[in-house]
Design a protein around this ligand. Structure first.
Ligand SMILES: [Zn+2]
Length: 360
């Protein structure tokens, strides 16, 4: 007889592993084995959070840290010439989904912070997700679900100064980024192709200072990523350099590879950065027993559409289409449907079998 070795895990962990597995299914490899990188990145990241599901750990930490009325900084930023003049479609929807987790779930105020090139797409996605964008004073005074959007155009010393003043003013309890350029060990930011972000004569805002400030103040940081040139990848930099093309040897004079050196308390590698954010939102919904916190399939399409209509580009397709990382909206909707199903099913129990167990 076969003896099944059933692992002793909790229901929360089982649900978290399922969610993590779903968001790490690689769809965008284009048949290139060399692009099949998410498993090793994910495995390395899991070790940094105590060998537990990353979606669960992130949701637990957010619920623990963030109380009603608090603020949470949510960031994205891939807007750079010449490829993405109005940002990328991977990023805005992830931020918008996390804004739902923060506002609908944690009853806190999302502060959406992005470089100017990404700003309109992110605001569009957040509105499509069901949150109004208001000024800070209005947001504090209203009972309507909303977010505050703050452009971050600052460079160099100005960036450090602004990050500090922002932290002083809003005192956020967590900082999360979804697909945001992060500097390598020499301070250079790169595209996933190994080319320098600033190779086209334009300085990219110093958004990393928000992470540096958060770290120095002991504020929870989360980085959602899918290649390793994004904020938070510093936590797993060694494996990023080992497995991701151009991460160790870039295509620019810095000669230091694109691997981002900035760490996060929780680095979450997923097939699409948005999906890591969706996974966290799904698990916040699960832990709070409100699966509807995660956007539904119609809202998912509206979020992607809003970013594309603001001019953001799909990072793989190079066009403002209703897709993210080369995965069109139909598949994104299917993905959301499965993700919600995992959470709803975990919350609803298993009908007849449950009754039988009770009888016994
Ligand atoms: Zn370089």
């Amino acid at each position: 007889m076969i003896e099944w070795n059933i692992p002793k895990i909790t229901g929360e962990e089982a649900t978290g592993w399922n969610v993590d597995r779903l968001v790490t299914v690689e769809i965008k490899t284009g048949g290139r084995p060399g692009r099949c990188i998410i498993f090793p990145l994910y495995e390395a990241a899991v070790k940094t959070v105590g060998d537990r599901p990353i979606s669960l750990v992130a949701a637990e930490r957010l619920i623990e840290q963030v109380k009603p009325g608090d603020t949470v900084v949510l960031m994205t930023g891939m807007g750079a010439m010449p490829f993405m003049p109005r940002g990328e479609t991977d990023g805005p929807s992830g931020v918008a989904s996390l804004a739902r987790a923060v506002s609908f779930g944690l009853k806190a105020l999302p502060l959406v912070v992005t470089p100017p090139r990404d700003f309109e797409a992110v605001c569009g996605a957040v509105r499509a997700a069901g949150l109004g964008i208001l000024e800070y004073e209005e947001a504090k005074a209203t009972t309507t679900r909303c977010a505050v959007a703050i452009p971050f155009p600052y460079i160099g010393e100005e960036a450090a100064k602004f990050a500090k003043s922002m932290m002083d003013k809003y005192v956020p309890k967590a900082v999360a980024s979804v697909e945001m350029f992060g500097p390598n060990k020499k301070g250079v930011k790169h595209f996933g192709t190994g080319l320098p972000v600033e190779g086209y004569g334009e300085k990219f805002p110093g958004v990393e200072h928000v992470f540096h400030e958060a770290e120095s103040r002991g504020i929870l940081t989360i980085g959602c990523l899918d290649v390793g040139n994004e904020m938070g990848a510093g936590t797993i930099e060694e494996i990023v350099r080992k497995v991701v093309p151009y991460a160790d040897v870039c295509r620019c004079p810095c000669e230091s590879g694109f691997a981002c050196a900035v760490k996060a308390d929780i680095a979450f590698p997923a097939s699409v950065s948005n999906w890591a954010a969706y996974a966290i939102t799904a698990m916040v919904g699960y832990l709070l027993k409100q699966p509807e916190i995660l956007q539904d399939v119609d809202t998912e399409r509206r979020m992607l559409e809003a970013a594309a209509m603001a001019g953001s580009a799909d990072g793989c397709l190079g066009a403002s289409v209703v897709a993210a990382d080369g995965i069109y909206w139909e598949t994104q909707q299917c993905f959301i449907r499965i993700l919600r199903n995992i959470v709803e099913s975990a919350l609803s129990g298993f009908g007849i079998a449950g009754q039988l167990e009770k009888k016994d």
